[in-house]
Design a protein around this ligand. Sequence first.
Ligand code: NZQ
Ligand code: ZN
Length: 387
Amino acid sequence: MLGDFRYHNPTKLYFGRGAIVHLREELSNYGKKIQLIYGGGSVKKNGIYDQVVSILRECGKEIVEDGGVMPNPTTEKLAEGIKIAGENGVDLLLAVGGGSVCDYAKAVAASVSCTEDPWKKYYIDQEQPTCEVLPVACVLTMVGTGSEMNGGSVITNPAEKLKIGHVFGSDVMPKFTILDPTFTYTVPKRQMVAGIYDAFNHICEQYFSGEDDNVSDYLSEGLMRSIIASSRKALADPLDYEARSNIMWAATWALNTLLSRGKDTDWEVHMLGQAVGAHTDATHGMTLAAVSLPYYRHILPYGLKKFRRFAVEVWGVKESGSDEEIALRGLEALENWMKELGLAMHISELGVTEDMIEKIADSTLVEEGGYKVLTREEIVKILRESL
Ligand code: NZQ
Ligand code: ZN
């Protein structure tokens, strides 16, 4: 392992069936006013909202409502959340939902006392907060992003057709997160598989970088094998608690700052996927799925050894033939699994047409940690191959 690093993850987790009871003890650490942040209404239908509200009331908290956070939260909604938090002088931002709701809560937390434009400061200029940050906590209802235990916060600016992530530090990461796998039972199948692929791809983005012998790569292979096995069980029976709890836990570890220690990390699939998302508002995991294989086939010659290892260690490909043949069989196995899950395999399925390719390429940021730093021509080629 070659990298030098610090490791500090301050998020406390409560995991398991009925873990919501721990909300009560945690709430005693915060003041009276709680900004209750949620999405488009799923939590009201499945009863999670009622459970949270009744605990808040029992604890004598005053609830400040902030619903309607959309998937791929926008700059406009962020401005609304900042206003609600500022006008009410809230003490805690409680996000009850998926990655979008958690990401949004973090952006509000870092912006409420900030006099600058948060889009420019955090997303365009990638600065860190220089103002007071409100505490955030999370009750996760949809698995995939890892937002429950990281500093990531992705915001979309529809006017500028940009979707950009910012990684905040430990001051913005959730103080605590409640992870009850049964809370994810009502997630529609399409969202479930998108979340599974999102988590899997987070591991890939960290795995496909570097040539050193790194403990993270061994951890990654185990997590990927666990996600593949559990995804098949969850697909057959979405109420399989063991499968859903394994997926939830693996997704948290896929992006909770551990695997990236000592690694360069790639993130180009995310840059391509986010650009597609900025132009289509498509589901995050689907945008990743639709660009992954053309990207991986393109960079395979530059990272051949790792792609060979991926084939053998993650997919059990037999070690016969040339390194390239073995590596390609690994990508075939990945493709078959993705099709089995029912993921979007083409960006045209997400609304992209040929005439949008150049503009999507304009919105694609280039990362430098992977096996090949993409040129604009390569980005266009990969997007065309993803159509
Ligand atoms: O809005 P509601 O009605 O709640 O419905 C949501 C939404 O439509 C629904 N849902 C969530 N929990 C449910 C449920 N439906 C039924 N039952 C439940 N228990 O699922 C839909 C998707 O929710 P969303 O929060 O958007 O999904 P996800 O968790 O995939 O989050 C996506 C966002 O996270 C960002 C993405 O870019 C995207 O903006 N990411 C955040 C990252 C991070 N913080 O580190 C990293 C990721 O790479 C990702 O970029
Ligand atoms: Zn992701």
